[in-house]
Design a protein around this ligand. Structure first.
Ligand SMILES: Cc1ncc(COP(=O)(O)O)c(C=O)c1O
Length: 305
C-alpha cells in the first residue's frame, strides 16, 4: 500500500482534524441530528466543530480504558436523533460490551463517528457511519486529515475550501495592510480547508508502515518497563502513544517535561467542568528513544516520592 492509500478512496482530505470533524458535523446536521454524545475524555478541538454547528453536547462517562461506558451508552435518549463520537483513544480496542453497545446505537439510528487519529494508518477497530483521522499528528506533517462517510465527498455533501484560495486571499490582505481582514480569513480556517499539496506530496514520501512498526516496537519496550514497575498500560497493541493511570499524574507529567519528555497527548479537564474526568492519565511518546524515556520516567517517579 502506498502512503497515498492511507487516505481512503472517497474520503475528503482536509488540512486539520477539526476540519474533518466539521464536515461530519455538517453532514450529520443536514440529516436533522443536532445532539452529540461525547465521552468524558477528549480534546476540546474535537468538540468545537459540533459546538459551531449548534449541536447540543451530552457527556458520557468513561471507563478505565478511557472509552465510553457501555452501560451509559445504553441509557442515551432518542438514539435516532443522536450522534456519538467514538475516539480510538491511544489506539484502545473496545471491549466486547462497548462494541455491542455501539452496534446497538447504530442499529437504533444513531450516527456513530469514529475518530481514528490515534490508530491511523491502521484500519479502525470499530464500525461507524463516519470516519475521521488527523494524520498530521502521527506523521509530523504541517497539515493533513480526512473525513469519510455519509454524503462527504459526494455531490451535494459538505465541501472544503480550496487551500490555494484561502492562502492567496490571506496573502493579498496582508500585503494590502488589511490586517483585520487577513485575521478574519484566518479565523475562517475553522471552515474546512483542503489538505495542502505540499503535505500530500510529503505523505507519499513517508514510509508510514515502517514508522508504525518502529513506534510499535518502542511502545512494547515502554509497556514492558511499566509492567516491571507494577504499572498497567491502558491499552496494548498500540503505536501512537503509551498511556497509564498514575495517582500523582500531574506531578509526574511536570517532572517528565523538565527532563525533556513531553507526552504526545495532553487532554486536561475542560475549565469549569465538574463532572467525571480522568485527571490521572500520563502519556509517553513512542517517537523518542525508549531507553531515554524510561530513564526519565524512573527519575520523575523518584523525584515524586
Ligand atoms: C483524537 C483527535 N482528533 C482530532 C483532533 C483535532 O486535530 P487537529 O489538531 O488536526 O485539528 C485532535 C487534536 O488533538 C485529536 O487528538
Amino acid at each position: 500500500m502506498t502512503s497515498q492509500g492511507f487516505i481512503p478512496a472517497g474520503a475528503v482530505a482536509t488540512a486539520l482534524g477539526r476540519h474533518a470533524l466539521a464536515l461530519v458535523a455538517q453532514d450529520v446536521r443536514a440529516n436533522g441530528i443536532h445532539r452529540i454524545a461525547i465521552p468524558n475524555y477528549h480534546c476540546l478541538t474535537m468538540e468545537l466543530p459540533f459546538a459551531l454547528e449548534g449541536f447540543r453536547i451530552e457527556r458520557v462517562p468513561v471507563g478505565i480504558d478511557l472509552l465510553a461506558s457501555p452501560s451509559a451508552l445504553a441509557t442515551l435518549a432518542d438514539p435516532s436523533h443522536l450522534a456519538f463520537l467514538h475516539c480510538e483513544v491511544f489506539g484502545a480496542a473496545p471491549s466486547p460490551q462497548l462494541r455491542a453497545a455501539l452496534g446497538t446505537l447504530m442499529g437504533d439510528g444513531a450516527a456513530v463517528i469514529v475518530d481514528g487519529t490515534h490508530r491511523w494508518p491502521l484500519p479502525p477497530r470499530v464500525q461507524g457511519n463516519y470516519y475521521v483521522a488527523s494524520i498530521r499528528k502521527f506523521t509530523g506533517l504541517s497539515d493533513g486529515a480526512y473525513a469519510a462517510g455519509g454524503r462527504i465527498g459526494k455531490r451535494g455533501g459538505p465541501r472544503v475550501m480550496p487551500r490555494a484560495q484561502i492562502d492567496a486571499a490571506e496573502q493579498v490582505a496582508w500585503d494590502a495592510g488589511e490586517m483585520d481582514y487577513a485575521e478574519e480569513l484566518m479565523d475562517q480556517e475553522l471552515v474546512p480547508v483542503a489538505m495542502s499539496g505540499t503535505a500530500r506530496e510529503a505523505l507519499q514520501r513517508i514510509d508510514v508502515l515502517s514508522l508504525v512498526a518502529h513506534r510499535r516496537a518502542n511502545a512494547e519496550i515502554l509497556h514492558a518497563a511499566l509492567r516491571q514497575a507494577g504499572i498497567n498500560p491502558i491499552s496494548s497493541d498500540v503505536h501512537f502513544a503509551v498511556a497509564f493511570h498514575h495517582g500523582a499524574a500531574q506531578r509526574l507529567i511536570v517532572n517528565l517535561a523538565r527532563a525533556g519528555i513531553d507526552g504526545p497527548v495532553w487532554w486536561p479537564r475542560p475549565s469549569g467542568w465538574q463532572g467525571q474526568w480522568p485527571d490521572d492519565v500520563v502519556t509517553l511518546p513512542t517517537a523518542d528513544e525508549p531507553d531515554r524515556v524510561i530513564a526519565a520516567l524512573r527519575d520523575a517517579a523518584a523525584n515524586e516520592s
